[in-house]
Design a protein around this ligand. Structure first.
Ligand code: GDD
Ligand code: MN
Length: 381
């Protein structure tokens, strides 16, 4: 991707802030067509951040309108250095933009906030102060602790979706999100030494979640805030963003081999549904049950393949064509079936095991082999 750094309001000040000062803060603001909010945002930041707190503002912009020009223009009236990184070919959406901003930040503290004033700039100094006090690596501005609320989340529908998403996320990552009541918040402060941007694989809106799960900052603290109404314009979120969020969750949840194996097994267990359905259809249509078994098994395999592709190995599909992956996957799945019976026979005949133990052992063995085979032969080069 190409990044065009914008002009700095005051290069001398920017140079001065290039050495991280304790307590200095870089405010990172992702923007997508927010021209009507920029002036007010910079005005309110100026009003809120005391002059003694060294501050710079980095906009990471994916706009298709004149937002970058508006930022450069408004920067002239701002006492802090203001940078615009305009991304010509945006990757990762909002989260990708935030990570670019974190990479560009030069201060000890980075505060990430939206550009539409739903996050009150008056809270910026408080977030940093809370982090210094704790001391913490991550300070989350939360709508869900005492003193916080989500006034700006208009409509029962959005509130319900937000609640459901928060619940699902907290359930999927109970350990990593301990102490974070609002993992969906887009307003937070991080100590630069607490995150390595290289471990992040941002995908869409939930960059705090990405950070908490993958970068795992050690000490976390929270500050309540009231989610405001948008100042101007409309939310850039969409149903597509919702799908992206589910993909993001799946990617995070299957990041470790152990977690992938569990998901792999759960998906495998659901394969009996299409398998039985196909068997029923085929035998009802008069097919002999033996060929019907074999054909029905392929329905289970296809179902498993689709789910596994999307829920287990989504970001590891680049090495082969989809038909190559499907073929290898089907081969492994059928080999599993063919291998199991002789293996059980061997365990019973040679090692004197009872049939039940032998079957259980064979099931576990072929499952582990199939998982390892899928990892190594389908999703690795
Ligand atoms: N650079 C960039 N690229 N910025 C983006 C993009 C993008 O693809 N999409 C959105 N933004 C910017 C917007 O311009 C705005 O400044 C900020 O990100 C938030 O976008 P909104 O569209 O206003 O988000 P929202 O209000 O629906 O959601 C916010 O609140 C949620 C909590 O309810 C975000 O902060 C979410 O992360 C948060 O979960
Ligand atoms: Mn918003």
């Amino acid at each position: 991707e190409s990044i065009v750094p914008g002009e700095l309001h005051d290069p001398a000040m920017r140079a001065a802030s290039a050495v991280p000062e304790p307590g200095a803060v870089t405010i990172v603001v992702p923007t997508f067509n927010e021209s009507a909010n920029i002036r007010e945002l910079l005005r309110r930041i100026t009003e809120s951040v005391p002059p003694r707190l060294p501050c710079e503002v980095v906009f990471v912009d994916d706009s298709t309108d004149d937002t970058p020009d508006v930022i450069r223009d408004a920067a002239r009236d701002c006492p802090y250095p203001v940078t615009v990184l305009h991304r010509e070919s945006p990757v990762g959406g909002l989260g990708g933009a935030v990570v670019e901003g974190i990479r560009a930040a030069t201060s000890d503290w980075i505060v990430v906030m939206d550009g539409d004033l739903q996050h009150p700039p008056s809270l910026v100094p408080e977030l940093v102060a809370a982090g210094e006090r704790a001391p913490a690596g991550l300070v989350v501005a939360s709508r869900y602790i005492e003193g916080g609320s989500r006034e700006g989340l208009a409509g029962g529908y959005r509130v319900a979706v937000s609640r459901g998403a928060t619940w699902l996320t907290k359930t999927l990552f109970p350990r990593r999100l301990r102490g974070i009541s609002d993992p969906m918040s887009g307003f937070f402060a991080i100590r630069r030494s607490a995150v390595t941007a290289d471990v992040l694989k941002p995908l869409g809106y939930k960059i705090l979640l990405e950070m908490a799960v993958r970068a795992r900052p050690r000490q976390v603290t929270e500050v309540p805030f009231v989610f405001q109404d948008r100042f101007a314009g409309e939310s850039k979120s969409s149903a597509q963003e919702g799908i992206r969020f589910l993909r993001h969750l799946a990617g995070l949840r299957t990041a470790s081999p152990a977690a992938r194996m569990v998901v792999f097994g759960l998906i495998g267990a659901t394969g009996f549904l299409p398998n039985l359905a196909a068997l029923w259809a085929l035998t009802t249509a008069g097919t002999h049950y033996l060929p019907a078994e074999i054909i029905a098994n392929q329905f289970g395999v296809a179902w498993n393949f689709l789910l596994i592709e999307h829920l287990c190995f989504r970001d590891r599909r680049q090495h082969r064509h989809w038909w190559d992956r499907a073929g290898r996957f089907a081969l492994l799945a059928n080999a599993d079936l063919v291998l199991r019976i002789p293996l059980i026979a061997l365990l019973v005949g040679r090692f004197g095991m009872d049939a039940l133990t032998a079957t259980a052992l064979a099931l576990v063995t072929t499952f582990v082999l199939r998982f390892a085979g899928t990892e190594a032969l389908v999703y690795l080069p």
